[in-house]
Design a protein around this ligand. Sequence first.
Ligand code: ACO
Length: 311
Amino acid sequence: DSIELQKQFQAKIEADIKIEPKDWMPDDYRKTLIRQITQHAHSEIVGMLPEGNWITRAPNLRRKAVLLAKVQDEAGHGLYLYSAAETLGADREESIDDMHTGKAKYSSIFNYPTLSWADMGAIGWLVDGAAIMNQVPLCRTSYGPYARAMVRVCKEESFHQRQGYEIMTTLANGTPIQKEMAQDALNRFWWPALMMFGPSDANSKHTAQSMAWKIKRHTNDELRQKFVDATVPQAHLIGLTIPDADLKFNEETGHWEFGEINWEEFYNVIKGNGPCNKKRIDDRRKAKENGMWVREAARAYADKQKERMKK
Ligand code: ACO
């Protein structure tokens, strides 16, 4: 019986038919999705912090309105993703607690500090740019609710990427000090952005199975290469230099070859020892505690409404 179900499941995957919440699925498929989707949700929520840091210090009203909208979008993405994880039976509160205790991961990139306004440009351009590269293929991921959530998320991420590149373009064409700020932000965010794609294929323990289930549609290294190829010309266009002495264009393959990633730094950050890991988790925990009274009040109000309906 279970062999038959397994066969039907794999046949659907092969035929690119989406798996839906009530369909039978292997336990490990469910577990892998819950792991990836909740990690993705945590990343969206923690990802609000480095940029939230600059909302009150945006250089003008237009920049402030745009940044505010962008950070709110990230909250929305987190909420869709927690909902998608719930369709698989994940408990939202438990998942969030797992992030707070360090049991669940979130993207390494959000453990770096945002030191200047130019970092808002670098994050939009590079971090959201990397996010799009990874998430556009996820619109075709095999699990229906995750794929559908990604469609809207990607539209919003494209706007984020453009607002970041616009900030970088303005700074790069500004005074020498502004150009220097833009270059400094690129220097600090370039390598961490490449690390967002995860370990090299040789060291990625989940890729093979996730590709077979069509949860992932490309490997980590494939997406990283696509990102480098798309982004290097954008840097050159605005007169900025990629901080990689080994970067060179290969005429034969048509790809930009790049230097070795500092994997020690990557593993150190995902183990919890990056520059801001502790601060990010403390801030999230505090937000949860400080919001407790709001959730309690909302619940009490909902209960009261329900009682009134009965009468
Ligand atoms: N930061 C933190 N952890 C990471 C990162 C990273 N950049 N890359 C990989 N990892 C973790 C994996 O979660 C996995 O941990 P686990 O086994 O303890 O759960 C481990 O490192 C091994 O990596 P892989 O085998 O390559 O894991 P996976 O197949 O899940 O690939 C990837 C990682 C590419 C991030 C994948 O999960 C994915 O595509 N996720 C959806 C997109 C996403 O989460 N984006 C978040 C950042 S973008 C944004 O929020 C704006």
